[in-house]
Design a protein. Sequence first.
Length: 319
Amino acid sequence: MAVGTARMSLKICYMSRISHLLFLLWCLTPMQGIAQLRVATYQYAGNSRENNIRPAANVVAAAIGQTAKVASYAGVRELVDAIQRDEVDLAFINTFGYLLLAADSAAATGMPPLVVWQPPTGGVGDNYRCIFIAPQGGLIADSADIVRYASELSLLLVSEGSTSGNLVPRMALSALGIAYPEQQFKTVVYGGTHQAAAGQVAMGKADLGAIGSIAYADFVRDTTNRPIRLVWKSPEIPLGPVLVSSRFSDPEREQMAAAFTNLHRSHPAAFEAAKQGWSEAQHVQTYQRVPADYLDRLMPQFGDIAELKRILAKFLTGG
């Protein structure tokens, strides 16, 4: 009897230890029930922007009971490709990237805009514009000179995915009758960043350049830089939206939108971190929900819609 009792006690002790070990393993294993919100953006000038968007991504993911997994792609084109491959649930993208996706009907349906930076009202005259620049003392002084000397000019843009450094200047040139810059200019190349493009134009390595207004203001403010000439300035450019996958339910989308629109109050540090990732967002004060007709309102702001669609098709197909 005593032997049986001892064996029973040993068995209970053994099972207790096994249960304890299993409990510890369960505690150390990541919880599989919590889904991950795949949040992505694109890098610029060596900044992946992951640290800029991660705090906001965490807040938004928590609003729907998920955790955020943040990724950054090499450029706008790479982010667009990732969205088309259904690798992204929430995307911080620029205006050109969104318009490229909108030109792809399947991607547009699968990744509609959720919120957008609310532009400043009053007191900020040059929040986000495209600036045509030329070397001081060069051939180009105004838009008429661009048309007059086009075949003799080297044009320097920023990058293929840039709104102010590629899309807007192409639309502006088209309005001047230069619809095919690669054919009508002597050369067309990309500088990589706004700052690099400004420097190359100042040194006379290009006859004409197109950069964002904030980069222009920073460049001319630095008195150690060579002078450049302002040739043309665009109207204000709409800021880029945040896109969300259509796989989320309407209540989840509303919860995420509320997290964004309240972010400047509920988590001001997260809001400021996101702002710091984009120079054109330096004056914004909040996110706003996009209206249902957002795309219809957006496209006319770039000029001729048929021409805009032609340019978008060129970069969507890589042609």
